[in-house]
Structure formats: structure tokens, C-alpha cells
Design a binder for this molecule. Structure first.
Ligand code: AOF
Ligand code: ZN
Length: 358
């Protein structure tokens, strides 16, 4: 893949090389789950001699690609890895052994692997082999890179991000503009980062609008459709069989599911109450580690999901976009769970603070 191989980098510090590792790792955005994104660099005499990233679970780790690039030049080189090299036989053999065999002199690590079967054992193994090891270079950046992996590894639950958009004057919007949703645009890039997206079927458009990217090889997240209120007709645009296998509908007894939906081969689950526990179980079964809670379309569809995510503390991140439009939905029409969003997220009220000071 070329990249920066051969680039002379005299005088650059460890942070520079680690940031390049993160950049490399992100080439596999959305494609590595349940594995983390990892990048690796081999540097010798101020020159990059090897680059690699983990492309997909089941395929070799980042270190293996970088070592392949470098060949015999790996001897006495410094290896930079965004995540602690593994020391176990998983789908692939241990990277620590590969690094030791290649006779690297030093290993600089972004963060320790939270995976209990690795956790510091990789570092120990390298040190015991006489290799100089530094841990924690650009650690925050490396943690952000695999935030979903870390969360999922430590809690066994998917990493959940809530997103919604507001107009310039702060009104809630239940739809996205075409500029935002087009392939390669902001929204399609965001989608690509997640294994699954939770949507209201009312937000679907003819062109299966939530297709993350038209680029071949790009990650297309699973679509978890929440059809709750009777006012929410389920109209699924015509899908190929391949696309159908990536859609599931959760609905409740009160909601009439159009017979047409089942004909399309889409799995439909009818629950007494739509709930996140059931949805998370489904995610676990399908190996989905990160979920985007995409608040648009019929906002009422999200009532229980939002309630659960606040009650059980299941949200890890909130993204609020401000779109260049005026006005939106009036707050009074929001479901209860959305109305008190600020309070539920534990945000402080700045206006009351300022007025009490004056
Ligand atoms: C590394 N470099 O590029 C990655 C690592 O089943 P496997 O063999 O792919 O092992 C998966 C585990 O390996 C994963 O849970 C994490 O602990 C580590 N990922 N380690 O040294 C890499 N992707
Ligand atoms: Zn490995």
C-alpha cells in the first residue's frame, strides 16, 4: 500500500509516529469489529521502513503487515503500535513473537489492551525478551480510536451514541438535508463508524438513504428499525437480498406491521415493550459492538429506547449537529424522554447560573 514508506523523519518525536499509526488504523474504519482498529509503524534511522493496519477480524494484525513491509530492515528498528501487541493465539498468532523474531530494538505502545487475555502480558513478554518498551504515547488519541472496542470489552455492552440535529435557532429537526446524507458526506461517514444504526422506519427514503457509502468495501451498518406507534407505517424501500440480511424490525403488539414487510424477508420481532435489553442481546448475537441511535423520523418511536438508555445509563456519547436551517419541531410535541434531555444527561443549566449571579 506504499503510504509513507521511505519517508525521512529525522527529529520527529514518538507522538508524530503514533499519530501516523492512528491515521493508518482508521483506513479500516467500521471494518474491524469486534476487533479494534490498530495501526503500526516501523522506523529505523529516522526513516519509515514499514506500515500496517488491521483490516478485518480474522485477518493478520497491524504488526504483521508492517513487518512484511520492512523485511530484514525490521532488525534494530523501533515499532510503534497504537494498541499493545497481542500475546495470545486468537484467530491469528501472537504479534509479540513476530516482533521478537524480527529482532526489533524498541516497541512504543499507545495503550494497553483492555482484553483480559492480553492486558499487559504483551508488554511483559516483550520486556522479558530484552526489548525496550514505552507505553502511553498519544494514549488519549489511541483510546478514542477504539472507544467502542474498549467499552464493549469492559462492559460486554455495545457502545451507544445518540445523534440528533437542531436548526440554527435551536429547534429540533427530524430530518436531514440532502447535503448531509449524500455518499461521502458527513452523515455517511458517521454511519460508517458504527456496526448498527437504530432508526425509525419513517426516516427511510426511496434510495435506502442510510446506506453509509457507495464506495466498495465501505462498512454498511445493520439497520435496527424501531416501529412503535400505530402512526408509524412501515414502508421499506425494495431491497436486495444482501441488504435484507442487514435489517431487523422491533415492534410492539399495538403496532400494525404491514404484511408486505415479512414478504421482503426482513426479520420482525414483536415485543410486549420495545426495550434495549432485547436489542442489545440481538447485537451481541450478531457481533455488533457499536450502535448509533439516530433520532429522526417519528421521534415517538424512540420513547422506550431513550427511557432505557437514560434509566440504565447506556449512552456513551451524544452528537448534536446544527444544520443551516431555521425552525423545526416545537418542544411540546416531543415524547417525554426527549423533552428533558438536558436533565437526563445531567447537564448544568448555564442560564440560571448567570441570572443568579446578576
Ligand atoms: C494486535 N494488533 O492489529 C489487533 C489486536 O482473533 P485475533 O487473533 O484477531 O485476536 C483478536 C484480539 O487481538 C483482539 O480482541 C485484541 O485483543 C487484539 N487485537 N492486537 O496486537 C492488532 N487487532
Ligand atoms: Zn496481534
Amino acid at each position: 500500500h506504499g503510504g509513507l514508506i521511505g519517508l525521512r523523519c529525522e527529529g520527529k518525536d514518538d507522538g508524530f509516529y503514533m499519530r501516523r499509526c492512528v491515521e493508518l488504523a482508521r483506513k479500516a474504519i467500521g471494518c474491524t469489529s469486534p476487533n479494534p482498529m490498530v495501526g503500526c509503524l516501523l522506523v529505523k534511522d529516522g526513516k519509515i521502513v514499514g506500515e500496517g493496519f488491521h483490516p478485518k477480524a480474522g485477518q493478520p494484525h497491524a504488526e504483521v503487515f508492517a513487518l512484511r513491509d520492512a523485511g530484514t530492515l525490521a532488525e534494530n528498528a523501533t515499532a510503534y503500535v497504537s494498541l499493545e501487541p497481542c500475546n495470545h493465539y486468537g484467530r491469528t498468532p501472537p504479534c509479540t513473537e513476530a516482533l521478537i523474531r524480527a529482532k526489533v530494538k524498541k516497541v512504543v505502545i499507545g495503550m494497553v489492551d483492555p482484553n483480559p487475555i492480553v492486558a499487559s502480558k504483551g508488554v511483559d513478554k516483550l520486556r522479558n525478551a530484552g526489548i525496550d518498551v514505552t507505553v502511553g504515547v498519544e494514549e488519549e488519541l489511541c483510546k478514542e480510536l477504539c472507544e467502542a472496542y474498549i467499552h464493549q470489552m469492559l462492559t460486554g455492552k455495545p457502545f451507544v451514541t445518540l445523534r440528533y440535529s437542531l436548526s440554527v435557532n435551536g429547534h429540533f429537526l427530524n430530518q436531514l438535508g440532502e447535503e448531509v446524507t449524500k455518499s461521502g458526506g458527513y452523515y455517511s461517514q458517521l454511519l460508517q463508524e458504527y456496526d448498527a444504526v437504530i432508526l425509525s422506519p419513517t426516516s427511510l427514503t426511496e434510495k435506502f438513504s442510510f446506506l453509509a457509502s457507495e464506495e466498495p468495501g465501505a462498512n454498511q451498518p445493520f439497520q435496527i428499525l424501531i416501529a412503535r406507534s400505530p402512526s408509524s407505517p412501515i414502508q421499506i424501500p425494495s431491497l436486495t437480498t444482501e441488504a435484507t440480511s442487514k435489517v431487523i424490525i422491533f415492534t410492539d403488539k399495538e403496532t400494525a406491521v404491514e404484511p408486505e414487510t415479512s414478504q421482503k424477508g426482513i426479520e420482525t420481532v414483536v415485543l410486549d415493550r420495545i426495550n434495549l435489553v432485547t436489542i442489545f442481546e440481538y447485537c451481541k448475537r450478531r457481533g455488533l459492538c457499536s450502535v448509533l441511535l439516530d433520532l429522526r423520523g417519528n421521534i415517538g418511536d424512540f420513547e422506550e429506547i431513550l427511557e432505557d438508555s437514560f434509566e440504565q445509563n447506556l449512552l456513551q456519547k451524544v452528537i448534536v449537529e446544527v444544520l443551516p436551517v431555521w425552525d423545526g419541531i416545537k418542544e411540546e410535541t416531543f415524547p417525554m424522554a426527549v423533552k428533558n434531555l438536558g436533565k437526563r444527561l445531567g447537564l448544568r443549566n448555564l442560564t440560571s447560573r448567570i441570572s443568579s449571579q446578576s
